[in-house]
Design a protein around this ligand. Structure first.
Ligand code: MTE
Length: 315
């Protein structure tokens, strides 16, 4: 096992997997979680003995990795969250003013059980899992982040999409009071992106509520964000306030802003350059030198079947 630079000392690396998985289930079940109160306890208690032992565990398959984690310090200070500004450090400095509790998510459109759900209601009774994913930004940098979350498919099952639902669109909070980038109108807010429904229910697609054993920091998209590891990071919408299931393909913010630069699918593809830069390599934050970028960010075995024909058609 490599050096993974978790912030806290590790009490034990030898807890058998069955034990911590069970413990996690028990902790996650039960009464409603008031986020901000129960979640830190939950993640703290399960995390120290549990999440970490999974690193380097080959049986975790695509849900884990043997690559070195990006230090938490980097993942929480070098961010894109343009609602708070365009410098990488703006989100870390400014997002703490975003109020994330109470929080609700409206789920609309082609669903049987639409409505506005309090976050604790959406999280009630769920078990959370750690997923260590590579995150490849369209700007050609990457990280390896241990998320804590649950499959988006589980949430969709609960709200019951109708047979007409072909896409799921996501929307971020847009509050000019606390978001200088929204106040200045640097993009056409709110931040919006979308997935095809088969991408949305793919087991790799998660909604994250935490990272590195803790609740999500605001700059990383607290209290609830999407993570889709085989697509460029801009698809992984932060601080979600709305989801809409639709029959028509939704227009996403980046394709609307610069349609020749950012595609609708945005699958990571080293053979499709951005018009202004090469996408065949990436800078892993915290490392020297560059790595080769992999098709579908290395998750091809899991997702290639979603894209018949030429992968370059799904840019
Ligand atoms: N979500 C919102 N609402 N606003 C953003 O600017 N940036 C995206 C994505 N989600 C963004 C967003 C981009 S470009 C990337 S690479 C990732 O968030 C970065 O996530 P991180 O800061 O947690 O690493």
């Amino acid at each position: 096992m490599g050096v993974h630079r978790y912030p806290r000392p590790l009490p034990s690396e030898i807890t058998p997997r069955e034990v911590y998985i069970n413990r996690r289930r028990v902790l996650a079940g039960g009464a409603a979680l008031a986020l901000g109160a129960a979640l830190p306890g939950l993640l703290g208690a399960a995390g120290n003995s549990g999440w970490r032992t999974r690193l380097g565990d080959a049986s975790a398959g695509p849900f884990g990795t043997d690559q070195e984690l990006t230090p938490r310090q980097n993942a929480t200070t070098y961010n894109n969250f343009f609602e708070f500004g365009t410098r990488k450090t703006d989100p870390m400095q400014r997002a703490r003013h975003m109020r994330t509790d109470p929080w609700s998510v409206s789920i609309e459109g082609e669903v049987e059980k639409g409505g506005t759900y309090a976050l604790e209601d959406l999280l009630d009774g769920r078990s959370f899992e750690e997923r260590i994913y590579r995150l490849r930004c369209v700007e050609a940098w990457s990280m390896v982040i241990p998320w804590i979350g649950f499959p988006l498919a589980d949430l969709l099952k609960r709200v019951q999409p109708t047979s007409r639902a072909k896409y799921v669109a996501f929307e971020t909070l847009a509050d000019p009071e606390v978001m200088p980038g929204v106040e200045r109108g640097i993009l056409d807010w709110p931040y919006r992106d979308a997935l095809r429904i088969d991408e949305a229910v793919h087991p790799l697609t998660i909604l994250a509520v935490g990272m590195y054993d803790d609740p999500l920091p605001p700059q990383n998209g607290a209290p609830l964000r999407l993570v889709v590891p085989w697509k460029y990071g801009f698809k992984s919408v932060k601080s979600i306030v709305a989801m809409r299931l639709t029959e028509e393909r939704p227009i996403c913010l980046w394709e609307e802003h610069a349609p020749n630069e950012y595609g609708w699918y945005a699958n990571v593809n080293p053979n499709v350059d951005h018009p202004r830069w090469d996408q065949s390599r990436e800078r892993r934050i915290g490392e020297l030198g560059r790595r080769e970028t992999l098709l579908y960010n290395g998750y091809g075995e899991e997702v290639a079947h979603l894209y018949p024909g030429d992968p370059e058609d799904y840019w």
